[in-house]
Design a binder for this molecule. Sequence first.
Ligand SMILES: [Zn+2]
Length: 497
Amino acid sequence: MKLFWGDIHSHCGITYGFGSLTNALGAAREHLDFCAVTGHAMWPDMPELCSDTEFLISFHKTGFSKLRNNWESIRETINSYNRDHEFVTFQSYEMHGSTLGDYHLISPDDDLKLVYADNPHELLNKLPGSRAIMVPHHIAYASGYRGIDWNAFDRTISPVVEVCSKHGCSMSDKAPYPYYHNMGARDTHNTVYEGLRQGKRFSFVGSTDHHAGYPGSYGDCKLAVLCGEKTRDSIFNAICAGHTYAVTGDRIRCDFTVNGAPFGSFIRAGSQPREIVFDMKASHFIDKVVLYKNLRPVRIINGESLTGVNEKGRYKIRIEMGWGNNQDLFTWNGSVKIENGILTDVEKCFRGRSILAPSADLSASDNVNSIDNRILNSDENGLEWICQTVKNISPLHPSTSAIVLEVEGDLKTRITGKINNKNFSLSVSDLLEHSLVCPMKPFNSQSFKIYQAVPQLQYCLKLSYTDADREKDCDFYHAEIYQTNSSCAFISPVFVE
Ligand SMILES: [Zn+2]
C-alpha cells in the first residue's frame, strides 16, 4: 500500500471561480497524484433576492448556468487528463445547502450526468448506475448558514468529511485555523468532534476549496489516500473505504494502525487488547503528537522532548521563496547539488493565487492560474526547479512557495546551489546551527530562505500503545500531528466494534 496526495474539491473559471480548467489540471498534475476540479452546480434553498443578496445570487446563477452549458466539454477535458499510474482525475460538482450544509459529489465515471436535486440523497438517487459519493465541506459554519446538519448525515453516501480547507479547520473549536471568511465563525455544534461525539462514523479528508484554479495550493489543505496503485478505481475505492486523512500544508506521512488495520477501518476486537502503532515522518520539527481514544487524549508527545541530533542519517532542508512587493509573478530559478550525501526526497510546496470566493471588487482573467511551478529535473545528486510567487497578502498570510529536500549523509554533507543570481554553499552542520536568508534587492525585496536543517530524530517518530479497556460498543482512536510551522495532520479514526 502507498500514500497518494490529492485535492478533491477545488474551483476555477468553469463556474464562478477564476482561471482556466486546463491551467488548473496542468498545475495539479505537476504536484499532486490526483484531483477533482469541482463545478458549482446548484443551491436549492438559495436565500431570497433582496438588495443585500443581489450580488451573491447573481454570481451563483451565472456560475451554475455556465456549468450547465459547458458540462459535456468540461467532462471531456477532465477525462483527457486522467492517466492511470501517472495522474488521476475525478468528475465533480457541488450542491450548496443553507439548511443541510454544502456537499460536493465526486465520481470516477466519465459519463457522469449533471442532475439537479433538493438534497444529497435525492441527487444520488437520480444517478442510478453511477459511482459517486457526497462529501460535506466547511461543515462548522452555523446551522442554517451552510454548516452541516449532523442529524441528516449519512455515512453510506458520505464515507469521508472535509475537515479542513481554505475556509479553516472544522475539527473542534480548539483547533488551529478558525474560520475568518465572510460566511462567519466556526460553531461548536457543527464540528467534526461534535459529529463523532454523536456517534457518526466517517473518515477525514482535506481539500483546498481554492477558487483561482490551483488544486492543492500549498497551505490550503489536501488529503492523503492509502491504496495499492495510482489509478482511478484504486483511489476512489480507498476514499469510499475511508483510508484517507487530512493535512493543512506539509505532506506529513503517517502509518496509523489498530491491530494492524489502517486509519478509516472498522474492526472487531472482542476482548483482546488494542495494539495501536503509529509510525510518522513529518516534514518539519514536530511540535506535538496526540493519540485520542473517543476524543480523549491518551498519549501526548511534546516536540520539546525531541532533542536528539543525529550525526548521520537524514535531514530535512526547506528552501522557501517569495516576499517582496510584487502583485505580478516573480520568477525563481534554482539549482542545488548535494556533495558527500544524496537527495532522497523532494516535497513540492507550490501555491496558486489566494482566492476563496468572488467579491464585487475582484476580477481575474483565465490566465490567473498560469503559474510556472515545476521541478525541472532531480536525481540523488541534486535538482533544478522553477517557481513563481507574488507578495504576501499580509504579514500573517504568506504567498511563498517552497521545496523541502530530504538528504541522507552526515554533518559534512554539503548543499551547494544557486537561486537566480545568488550562490550558496552550506554544510548540514552549518544548517543545524543557522538558516540563510537572502534578499534579492536592497529594499522591499523578494527573498529566499534556507531553513535550519531538521534532523531525522526530530521529524520521525514511532509510537506504540496498548489499550486493554473496552469503554463503549464502538471505541475509536484517532491521531493529530502538529509541526512547529503550523502544518498539521488529522489522522482518521479506526473504529473498534
Ligand atoms: Zn466549493
